[in-house]
Design a protein around this ligand. Structure first.
Ligand code: RB5
Length: 161
C-alpha cells in the first residue's frame, strides 16, 4: 500500500511514529499533511479533506494501492469528515479485529486512528493489520456499493443476508 498521511495537532506524535513504521515496512508515504508540531493548531476537517482528495484522485486514475492514514486525538473527527467525500470509506479502529474487518468486509481506503486513545505499539499493530488484509469482495462487494448510494433512494436500500 501507498499512503497519503495527515494529522492535526492532536496526532503529530503518532503520525511521526507511523510514518517511520511505514518506511520500515517499505510501504511508501506519498505525502504528509498537517502541522509540524503540536503547538501549531490545525483544524482536522481541513487535513482530512486534503488527504482524502489525494486518495480519491489517485484512485480515480486507477491507483487502487493508494490509501489514506488520518490521525487526530480520537480519530473520530477525521473519519466523520473523510466519509463525506464520495469514494472514501474511512473507519476508526482501536482493536485488531476491526482493523482487519474494515478492509475485509468494508473495503476501507482510509484508516483513522486516535493518538489520545492508542499506545504507539497498538497503533502500529492496527496499521499493520489494515495493510495485511485484503477486501474479500464476493457478497461484501454489493454491500460496499450500497454504502455509496445509501440515503439516496426512497426506501433506504435493499435488504439481504
Ligand atoms: C483536537 O483537540 C481534537 O478535537 C481532535 O484532534 C480530534 O480528536 C477530533 O476528532
Amino acid at each position: 500500500m501507498r499512503f497519503h498521511v495527515g494529522s492535526d495537532h492532536g496526532g503529530v506524535a503518532l503520525r511521526a511514529v507511523l510514518i517511520e513504521a511505514l518506511e520500515g515496512w517499505e510501504q511508501p508515504v506519498l505525502s504528509v499533511s498537517g502541522p509540524a508540531t503540536t503547538d501549531e493548531r490545525a483544524d482536522y476537517p481541513n487535513v482530512a479533506v486534503e488527504v482524502c482528495r489525494r486518495v480519491v484522485e489517485a484512485r480515480s486514475d486507477g491507483a487502487e494501492d493508494v490509501f489514506g492514514l488520518l490521525i487526530c486525538g480520537t480519530g473520530q473527527g477525521m473519519a466523520m469528515t473523510a466519509n463525506k467525500l464520495p469514494g472514501i470509506r474511512a473507519g476508526v479502529v482501536a482493536d485488531a479485529f476491526s482493523a482487519k474487518m474494515i478492509r475485509a468486509h468494508n473495503d476501507a481506503n482510509v484508516l483513522c486512528l486516535g493518538e489520545r486513545v492508542l499506545g504507539t505499539e497498538l497503533a502500529k499493530l492496527l496499521l499493520r493489520a489494515f495493510i495485511d488484509t485484503e477486501f474479500e469482495a464476493g457478497r461484501h462487494a454489493r454491500r460496499v456499493e450500497l454504502i455509496a448510494s445509501a440515503g439516496t433512494g426512497p426506501g433506504g436500500g435493499e435488504q439481504g443476508s
